[in-house]
Design a protein around this ligand. Structure first.
Ligand code: SAM
Length: 277
């Protein structure tokens, strides 16, 4: 009997249930565009850079099927351990996971038919080195697809953040916030230049956006992705002894605006690069 005909979903198995419902909604819109862009062919060698807890790695392996081999790399060991649990639980055999940084890829030259990265390449310390590594390991004619959110991400929020810092005379912190945004979300012109320098010249781009809607600022700051991913970065650039004051003012301002408008709507513009090597 075919393997897939034998499989059952055991809804009482805690491990199975723990790995099923896991993709953050934050990653999904970027990922959807990525999946609409990649070319699927048999027997591909694929690399997912900065695969985190396994997206798009595991989904891509499933969409390609067993003739392809999909590698995921990420230095985050706890996350890659989780991927291994998912692979075991789902019985997936065409995925390999390696703990390493994208600046030093442990693969031979011209190895991959497809390289993807969902919100990953913008999060590495040295984008130029990563692009030159991608150039080295991709086959001539291979496809390189990656997504990231653009500098205007949540500008409705960041504009108020900067206003509040200005009112509190924290001018140095406004510059630090702008540097933080530049660090994580490169303008398209800057990415285009870095790609050209890495000899990626056949470049197509799709821009898109989605909204994150909240009842108000209080809901926003208490939302777990904000607490997990955004707040620690903001706290790093603000004076510890003024955090309470800053966030009080910010939350009050956001709540006032949300009351007037009926909600707090934040826009996430993003881009998907589709490159032929
Ligand atoms: C926003 S997460 C994206 C995860 C996943 N691709 C997704 O779509 O949900 C960024 C990832 O970049 C990884 N990362 C950070 N520095 C890296 C580096 N130098 N090389 C490779 N990955 C890195 C982090 O560990 C994290 O998993």
């Amino acid at each position: 009997m075919k393997n897939y005909l034998k499989s059952k979903f055991d809804a009482s198995n805690k491990t199975v249930v723990s790995v099923v419902d896991e993709l953050p909604l934050w990653s999904a819109p970027f990922g959807q565009t990525l999946f609409e862009t990649v070319n699927l062919r048999p027997s591909m060698k694929v690399l997912d850079i900065a695969c985190g807890t396994g997206f798009p790695l595991i989904e891509l392996a499933g969409r390609l099927g067993s003739s392809s081999l999909v590698y995921g790399i990420d230095p985050w060991k706890t996350a890659t351990d989780r991927i291994k649990l998912k692979l075991k639980t789902y019985g997936i055999r065409n995925v390999k996971v390696i703990n390493c940084i994208a600046e030093k890829l442990p693969f031979k030259n011209n190895y991959f038919d497809l390289i993807v990265s969902n919100n990953g390449i913008n999060n590495v310390p040295d984008i130029k080195s990563v692009l030159s590594q991608c150039r080295r390991v991709i086959k001539p004619g291979g496809q390189f697809v990656f997504t990231f959110n653009l500098p205007k991400t949540m500008s409705e929020f960041y504009d108020i953040f900067k206003d509040v810092l200005g009112e509190l005379r924290l001018i140095k912190e406004i510059h630090k916030l702008e540097e933080h945004i530049y660090d994580k979300r490169k303008p398209v012109s800057v990415m285009d230049k870095m790609l050209a320098e890495a000899d990626f010249l056949n470049v197509k781009k799709v821009r898109n956006s989605f909204s994150m809607r909240y009842l108000n600022g209080t809901a926003f700051f208490n939302h777990y992705p904000v607490k997990l991913h955004f707040l620690p970065e903001w706290k790093k650039i603000l004076p510890g002894n003024r955090l309470e004051e800053i966030f009080n003012n910010l939350e009050n301002r956001l709540n006032k605006i949300s009351e007037e408008k009926g909600e707090l709507q934040l826009t996430i513009p993003y881009i998907c690069y589709n490159i032929k090597a």
